[in-house]
Design a protein around this ligand. Structure first.
Ligand code: ME8
Length: 510
């Protein structure tokens, strides 16, 4: 049976327009989804929008429209952005859909049946921007006397009747989970953070609100809507068909990887597994978190207004170029700065010089000196073998990096081979062999074609359109998955005329 793989992105709040931070998490998840499909997995890749809660209600009110109309518009814009960035999602979930309301009501009932929900009264601090409750001790006081959350979000004092989730009862089970499954939270710095947070003791969590009504009704409790994070996290099981365990998609649960930003690790690594334990459902296998893209040293955010439009960047520099840049420039879990200079340097050095030139140099020699016909393999020399072996080792190296979300290290491994191939072509000088030893020239060019084929096959998830062009030029048919690498290219075929895949970026004259 084919192995399944369920990958998710966060579902984004529809309180404002999408920016490069959202595109980033989605692109990383997309790379993994595409990689797993090419590696023979039955993949379910989910993304969508988070549409309830006070933050969205306020944003709609500011625009003078009702929340549903507002959510419809912004969700459609997030979807258009995801399509424009090449996100190959299998389902686009919206928390205002009927299937999700049914699923949330059932999750609530199961948790309640287990005895983990009770009615009480909440009094404390709440940050609408984070849709999160905070303890007094977590806040800092500004010079003007106002209090802010650790994220910098303003807080307000809330006092209302509320249902509570007995989170305090899950401390030991959560700590056991982190200990038995160290891979559950990545990177490990975040695991340490979460573990010490949980070790510090957990308060019960307020999971219903009564002072506004833009949310999912709590079953049999008029006036209460579910806390937006309970509603939002549950999207992952809704999409698998919950509560219908006979649904065709139920086979994908539990999730293999939840991709999230580091701001929402606590919700995914503490609250979410606790809700699932209480409901008697299997737990996700991994929550992996990315660091921030910063602009002028500050986190980009809708609320701060310092955002970069992903579609604009793709228009200026090329979609594949931006996808590559985002995953190559910084380690996934770390913060990094977005600058035009850094993007241009990646385009001109890594893509145009290293990879683009390698393919163009090799393929134009095949066109010019071999009549465009794919040369046959020769008996490999030591130098040939070293390069071919390095290329053959790449799929396994990349598999390990994708499973750990160390995308930048995986790309560095590929670039080591690209640089080795550039060294090889200089050493072997096939252009000179054209006059002295045509057979050897053909063998050298074939080593290059075979190496570039491995590279282009593995880079497809990162740069789908450009690698499709490169594989076309190498004469690779429609079998482009990793298993197909075991089959040599068909002999004697004429390759299409080579055309550069990665133009250099030249700053337009102002
Ligand atoms: O938190 N750099 O939605 P959201 C990198 N609805 N990634 C960034 C980023 C930046 N500057 N800014 C945002 C929510 N992100 C909830 C999620 S899931 C059940 C509910 C990414 O619209 C990052 O992945 O605020 C972050 O976690 C996510 O966008 C937050 O999106």
């Amino acid at each position: 049976m084919t192995q399944t793989c369920f990958i998710t992105t966060p579902i984004y709040y529809v309180n404002g327009a999408p920016h490069i931070g959202h595109a980033y998490t989605s692109i990383a998840a997309d790379v993994m989804a595409r990689f797993k499909r090419l590696d023979g997995y039955d993949v379910f890749f989910l993304t969508g929008t988070d549409e309830h809660g006070q933050k969205v209600e306020k944003a709609a009110a500011d625009k003078g429209v009702d929340p549903q109309t507002f959510a419809d518009t912004v969700s459609a814009d997030f979807r258009a952005m995801s399509d424009a960035m090449g996100i190959s999602y299998d389902d686009w979930i919206r928390t205002t859909e009927e299937r999700h309301k049914v699923s949330c009501a059932e999750l609530w009932r199961r948790i309640e049946k287990n005895g983990d929900i009770y009615l009480g009264h909440y009094e404390g601090w709440y940050a609408v921007r984070d849709e999160a409750f905070y303890d007094e001790a977590e806040l800092t006081t500004r010079p003007d006397g106002s209090k802010v959350a650790p994220s910098g979000a303003p807080v307000e004092w809330v006092r209302e009747p509320s249902y509570f989730f007995r989170l305090s009862a899950f401390q030991d089970r959560l700590l056991k989970l982190y200990e038995e499954h160290p891979e559950f939270i990545a990177p490990s710095s975040r695991r340490n953070e979460v573990t010490s947070f949980v070790k510090g003791g957990l308060n019960d969590l307020s999971i219903s609100r009564t002072t506004f009504n833009w949310g999912i009704q709590v079953p049999d409790a008029p006036g209460h809507v579910m806390y937006v994070w309970l509603d939002a996290l549950n999207n992952y099981v809704t999409a698998c068909g919950f509560p219908d365990e006979q649904a065709p998609r139920w086979k994908y649960w539990p999730a293999d990887v939840h991709f999230v930003g580091k701001d929402i690790i606590r919700f995914h690594a503490v609250y979410w597994p606790a809700f699932l334990m209480a409901a008697g459902l299997p737990l996700p296998r991994r929550v992996t978190s990315n660091g921030w893209w910063l602009m002028d040293g500050e986190k980009m955010s809708k609320s701060l207004g310092n955002v970069v439009e992903p579609r604009k960047l793709a228009e200026i520099f090329g979609l594949d170029q931006i996808r590559y840049f985002l995953l190559r420039e910084k380690p996934f879990g770390a913060d990094g700065s977005l600058s035009h200079a850094a993007i241009i340097s990646r385009i001109n050095v890594d893509l145009a010089n290293d990879l683009g030139n390698l393919a163009q140099r090799s393929l134009s020699l095949v066109a010019r000196n071999c009549g465009g016909v794919l040369p046959t393999r020769g008996t490999p020399t030591e130098d040939d073998k070293a390069l071919l072996d390095a290329a053959a080792a790449l799929p396994d190296l990349m598999r390990a990096h994708i499973d750990r979300q160390t995308f930048h290290d995986g790309l560095e491994e590929v670039w080591k081979v690209i640089r080795a191939a550039n060294g090889y072509i200089d050493r072997q000088a096939p252009w000179a062999l054209n006059k002295t030893d045509k057979a050897r020239m053909g063998a050298v060019l074939r080593v290059l074609v075979d190496t570039i084929r491995v590279v282009a096959t593995l880079l497809q998830p990162f740069m789908p359109a450009s690698m499709a062009k490169m594989l076309d030029q190498l004469g690779v048919g429609d079998q482009r998955n990793f298993a197909a690498l075991a089959m040599p290219l068909p002999e004697g075929q004429t390759l299409p005329h080579p055309r550069g895949v990665f133009p250099r970026y030249v700053e337009p004259a102002t």
